[in-house]
Design a protein around this ligand. Structure first.
Ligand SMILES: [Zn+2]
Length: 212
């Protein structure tokens, strides 16, 4: 007989209430949650193997994830839009992809702006903001794994595919995928626990869409 064991992230709710969700732009229910890694035996969680981490607030309506300070967010007082952790991570990984081939091309900036707008239901990521974000990513030593670590447990399968698709669009905006770009693309997919076969499927769908 063989024994199948592994690990699994579990999100545990510790509190709930009402807040102003910046994404819904309405008063909604939230859940306060933390994440913990559990040891599993035949896919059944047996005991925790990590501390409680990534305290966060999740909107029960749109499932956006926020830093705990979102509870104090008052729409009338804040000039800048409160970003969800997903939006922040998305900006950073898209900028990483722009930098993958060591050239920042106009075409790439346009595509990132467009993709970000689509993936966030019309939020703005202007050329100017992208250039500032690129400068921050350049200065930081964080890699794609570190940027995605925090939000990964909360991304559903659809989100994960969207991130990979967006990265692919940016990488191929100049007409071809160079070695560094495809390496970063596959690294992103593996950080998101997507298999090579799954990625291939997603990308061939995109190529199909281009032809049609
Ligand atoms: Zn919401």
């Amino acid at each position: 007989m063989f024994i199948l064991f592994g690990t699994k992230d579990r999100a545990v709710e510790t509190d709930s209430g009402q807040f102003h969700c910046p994404n819904c732009n309405l008063k909604e229910e939230y859940g306060k949650k933390y994440v913990q890694d559990w040891f599993t035996l035949f896919f059944i969680p047996i005991f925790p193997i990590s501390g409680k981490k990534n305290d966060h607030i999740e909107c029960k309506k749109c499932e956006s994830i926020y830093h705990l300070n979102v509870i104090d967010y008052k729409p009338a007082l804040n000039e800048e839009e409160m970003e969800s952790e997903y939006e922040k991570a998305l900006k950073n990984v898209l900028c990483l992809m722009i930098l993958a081939d060591n050239k920042v091309e106009d075409e790439e900036l346009n595509i990132v702006s467009e993709i970000y707008n689509k993936l966030t239901k019309n939020k703005k990521f202007t050329k100017n903001q992208i250039e500032k974000n690129i400068a921050l990513v350049k200065k930081s030593t964080k890699n794609v794994q570190e940027y995605l670590k925090k939000i990964k447990p909360y991304l559903n399968a659809g989100h994960r595919e969207l991130v990979v698709k967006a990265m692919y669009y940016v990488a191929s905006s100049d007409g071809h995928l160079d070695a560094k770009e495809s390496k970063l693309l596959m690294k992103t997919a593996s950080v998101l626990d997507m298999t090579a076969a799954h990625v291939k499927g997603v990308l061939s769908e995109l190529d199909q869409a281009k032809i049609n």
